[in-house]
Design a protein around this ligand. Sequence first.
Ligand code: 5AD
Ligand code: SF4
Length: 461
Amino acid sequence: MPTFTYTHNAAAAAAVAAAYDTPPLAYVRSYGCQQNVNDGEKLRGVLLDIGFGITDAPERADLILFNTCAVREHAEQRVFGNVGALKKLKEANPRLIIGLCGCMAQQPQVVEKLKKSYPYVDLVFGVDGIDRLPALLQKRLEKGRRVLETSPERGAVVEDLPIRRDSDFRAWLPVMYGCDNFCTYCIVPYVRGRERSREPEAILAEFRALLAAGCKEITLLGQNVNSYGKGTAAGLDFAGLLDLLCQEPGDYRLRFMTSHPKDASHRLIDTIARHPQLCRHLHLPVQSGSDRVLAAMNRHYTAAQYLELIDYARKTIPGVTFSSDIIVGFPGETEEDFEKTLELVKAVGYTQLFTFIYSKRTGTKAAALPDPATHADKAARMARLLKIQEERAFPAIAALTGRSERVLVESAGRMAGTLNGRLDNDLVVEFPGPQSLIGRWARVRLTGARAALLTGELETE
Ligand code: 5AD
Ligand code: SF4
């Protein structure tokens, strides 16, 4: 696997220092998945490395960078809307640099649109331009011209990127990039490129550094973590990687996402059951309950095979919970197909569902399929799905009342004086407690639930 290593770009840092009287500020906003959030943390790290400061206020920034998502049209429209709103800031401050990067910028038609219709966007680069950002910025600063890149993704892994993490107690840790599955609706393989896995030593080194810094919850990331290891020198598979990481001593939790059901093996489930650090929760996107639709989506499993996996996990990992992604209104989905999805959702009993109306993506196979259902039909199906999910999930969540659970306190709760803590099984409990507990472990007695949110009381450890 070709690997690039980030090195400090002194010439770019000098160009930044020469261009501004006082250290400039950068505002970086990430859209979409956790992989993108982690890329945003690295973009901030790289900008700090060449002399920028970081701000949360776009109106104070000298550089505004949108790290974008292309998975659905709605996400793209939001970005175009938000970029449009920056025109006023640019008029007020002509020196402001506006940049757009990530998955949208990997699509030629998007770059073309930015070139033609958004003249105030100065900088465009795709998903693996993070290490080249200093050089691109230097070009923009020294030449004063727009820098719009349309280079294909390099098919490499970049190590040692500087990073400014959003949290000091929860962290994202990518184990692989890209996707080879080509589900027919999905743009990801086209924008994020072929699967590339990091070598286990690089992952282990980052993991150890996070634990040494006091991090308590680490989520391993990949578009399809179960195909981890292909093309690596070590040849370790994902279950093997989990075994390796779990040998590290310490009081921590390990999560991972996303698992493709076609590759989630009994061995993976046995591995979760064996290690107390591995969270008892599986995000296993099913997309549809109809075998006909699953085949048209190129998913490589049937509803029965999926349910067998769920059954095995339930038997093997006591208390395990499941979440899933579902697409409503895939081209040609019939009422009968949709009812199979409803049946599957009832049968599994997910604690959380991420539901999406199908969005046509230029360049994917599904974009060429006839899609006779109207948006209103699809929205009506979505409402039925959400109702079934609530009827199934809320009582199951409320049934946990009475248990005592160890939680990682993540943030202030919605109600004044409360905190939110995450259980091992990924559910969240709101309970009264002092802010000083944020980032720490706490023991909470579950006293009830409001919809999908548990409520509880603090106990002493
Ligand atoms: N339309 C709707 N949803 C999509 N997803 C991916 N591509 C599309 C699309 N074209 C959903 C899938 C995937 C999740 C991350 O986004 O459910 O699992
Ligand atoms: Fe898209 Fe399928 Fe790859 Fe997930 S597994 S990123 S849905 S192509």
